[in-house]
Design a protein around this ligand. Structure first.
Ligand code: PMP
Ligand code: GLU
Length: 387
């Protein structure tokens, strides 16, 4: 018999996004003609100039540990990017390079949250936030958002959720799964509440480059007076199609970074050295990003147009990310039943939004080709009309 399992771990749920994505990839490898609307990663290959930098790093023997917070040259390149593109005022000392943005979030929370503390999260949320909160023994406080408000967190609702135990608000924009993003004015309202009540804002900006219709991405830490209480998370997975390279970063005030880097010392030691060298090359040439941003916007338009007009199926035109949040409550099926039956009956995979805390919706990813999008639209239409 096994010894006792940590009860926080025992209660943890598997990641629905990773599980369904893996199942879809398996079905495709078995030769099944599945349309993959589940994918949480860009379908483009990592650009060649980034791969070349990794090959050179291996050949030059850069195959040993780096300092735990990351290569100084990479931290400097990230600081330059944040100052030039995101209007921040940071140096390499404010940055820790991590094994993926997911780990940056976990380290960020672990640095400030103690068991019993409260973490505020707007619903719908990305699947891993509640599980990380549970792992830390923290209490996750869900704040509902409404479809008619475009699923944006309302400052008045946020203010109501704050207590003396609130330590962090997790804000993710553009949002996975809804694609919603925030204006500077909206973020300033949230900042006022954070300052007044002295809690951190963990701003997960991993989809910052995937933003459409000429909207701007405003980094939370760039707001006047926000830098000291903001923990910014970003990475290379989505912006450079580098999901498998596992590289993200955490940006915060010096004191915070000093403590957080101790967690890296004793957990991962550092992130992959070869990936770090590749990331330096990635940041030196961002022309590729503009091309994929344009391609994603075209695909979003194609998917939105194709799905509009299907009775009982309501897509939301996302402002960012490569996800489209769709209301399926009119079909009478739960999110889970809708997604399971769509996969079984029509070979289209998507993520049921109960895993994002929002039953009655599904998340479709348009990180796939236009041909696949067109095929998927026909199948969804046939499926919904057959119900
Ligand atoms: N935040 C959000 C909202 C995400 O969707 C993802 C997707 N993987 C991540 C963080 C983590 O990205 P990664 O660990 O691949 O850098
Ligand atoms: N973030 C992506 C998604 O939501 C990738 C999978 C994951 O890391 O959860 O699908």
């Amino acid at each position: 018999m096994l010894n006792k399992i940590n009860s926080n771990v025992e209660k943890l749920n598997k990641s629905a996004t990773l599980k369904i994505t893996a199942l879809t990839k398996k079905m495709v490898s078995q030769g099944k003609d599945v349309v993959n609307f589940a994918a949480g990663e860009p379908d483009f290959d990592t650009p060649d100039f980034i791969k070349q930098a990794a090959k050179i790093a291996i050949d030059k023997g850069f195959t040993k540990y780096t300092p735990s917070a990351g290569l100084p040259a990479l931290r400097e390149a990230i600081a330059k990017k944040l100052n030039d593109e995101n209007g921040m005022n940071v140096s390499a000392a404010n940055i820790i390079v991590t094994a993926g943005a997911k780990y940056a979030i976990y380290v960020g929370l672990l640095t400030v949250v103690e068991p019993g503390d409260e973490i505020i999260v707007p619903v719908p949320y990305w699947v891993s936030y509640p599980e990380m909160a549970a792992l830390l023994g923290a209490r996750m406080v869900n704040v509902a958002t409404r479809q008619e408000d475009g699923f944006k967190l309302k400052p008045s609702e946020l203010a109501k959720a704050v207590t003396s135990k609130t330590r962090v608000l997790i804000l993710n924009y553009p949002s996975n799964p809804t694609g919603v993003t925030y204006t500077k004015e909206e973020l300033e309202e949230i900042l006022k509440i954070a300052k007044k009540n002295n809690f951190y804002v963990l701003s997960d900006e991993i989809y910052e480059k995937l933003i459409y219709d000429g909207s701007d991405h405003v980094s939370f830490a760039s707001l006047p007076g926000a830098q000291d209480l903001t923990i910014t998370v970003n990475g290379f997975s989505k912006a450079f199609s580098m999901t498998g390279w596992r590289l993200g970063y955490l940006v915060a005030n010096d004191e915070f970074i000093g403590h957080a880097s101790k967690i890296i010392d004793h957990t991962t030691s550092c992130s992959c050295t070869i990936s770090q060298h590749a990331a330096i090359a990635a940041l030196a040439d961002i022309t590729w990003q503009a091309q994929i941003q344009k391609e994603f916007q075209n695909r979003r338009d194609l998917l939105y147009k194709g799905l509009s007009g299907i009775k009982n199926f309501k897509p939301m035109k996302s402002n960012g990310t490569f996800y489209m949040f769709c209301d399926v409550s009119g079909t009478g099926l739960s999110s889970f039943d809708f997604a399971s039956r769509l996969l079984e009956e029509k070979l289209v995979s998507c993520i049921p939004a109960d895993s994002f805390g929002a039953d009655g919706f599904v998340r479709l990813s348009f990180a796939t080709s236009s041909d696949q999008i067109n095929k998927g639209i026909i199948r969804i239409k046939e499926f919904v009309e057959s119900l």
